[in-house]
Design a binder for this molecule. Structure first.
Ligand code: CTP
Ligand code: MG
Length: 229
């Protein structure tokens, strides 16, 4: 097997406040999810895409722009971590070899480029280390306490924003996510789980327009970025 991609798309998009989950909203003629899938389908080394949708999803089956034999659709769970965990279990049950590179990418990031996906995969191949797409922080960052009083200094040169995809060897990902769950660690991405489990993880600087669509304004921003890539 080449590379496997897991695309969590089982969220309800509460903050978008739309009639339907945000991954099914349109940017121009295309859905957010269709655009995201296309970026992975266009990078040939990705051989399997595990698309995680909600068990109550009524939208995916009506989409004609994203049919492809590389895509396997499975049910997601309550939280993003549960959706990812379902995908990992599915791959484990399918007998995926331990050292298969697995990419995890939010359906809500349709502006990721196939070039950045390739850059990340090349980094993994060259270093054999877990890695993720990241963006530099442009603002000055201050650490504050609960009262919003500044109580520490963070040098922004030592900070990056974690985007997706995040990439690791299947077995490392599986063990790290299981460990984080067992220890009830509040990890919000795969990198945090990998790091907690003792793995070294590299940030690979990618395009800052790889935004996660969260609010209605983000849809317009994404439309602009997609027109200008
Ligand atoms: N996701 C998922 N399963 C969940 C929750 C989220 O697969 N139970 C997916 C979303 O579909 C999205 C990605 O994880 O592609 C990132 O999550 P987020 O941006 O938070 O999406 P939502 O949870 O849908 O949005 P909100 O938090 O505003 O409800
Ligand atoms: Mg969410």
């Amino acid at each position: 097997t080449g590379i496997v991609a897991i695309i969590p798309a089982a969220g309800i998009g509460e903050r978008m406040n739309a009639e339907i989950p945000k991954q099914y909203l349109k940017i121009g003629e295309r859905t957010v999810l269709g655009l995201t899938l296309e970026r992975f389908l266009n990078y040939e080394p990705v051989e399997i895409i595990v698309l995680v949708t909600s068990p109550s999803d009524t939208h995916y089956d009506n989409l004609r722009d994203i049919e492809n034999e590389k895509i396997v659709v499975i049910d997601g769970g309550e939280e993003r971590a549960d959706s990812v965990s379902n995908a990992i279990s599915f791959l484990y049950d399918s007998g995926l070899p331990d050292d298969t590179p697995v990419l995890i990418h939010d359906a809500a990031r349709p502006c990721v480029t196939s070039t950045d996906i390739e850059k990340l995969c090349n980094h993994f191949r060259n270093t054999n280390k877990a890695c993720f797409l990241a963006a530099p922080v442009v603002d000055t960052i201050h650490q504050v306490d609960e009262d919003a009083t500044v109580n520490g200094f963070i040098d922004r040169r030592n900070v990056v924003r974690a985007l997706t995809p995040q990439l690791a060897k299947f077995i490392e990902l599986k063990n790290s996510l299981e460990e984080a769950k067992a220890k009830k660690l509040s990890v919000t991405d795969e990198v945090s789980a990998l790091k907690h489990a003792g793995h070294s993880v590299d940030a690979v600087i990618g395009r800052p327009d790889n935004i996660k669509i969260t609010t209605p304004e983000d849809l317009r921003l994404a439309a602009f970025f997609l027109d200008n890539q």
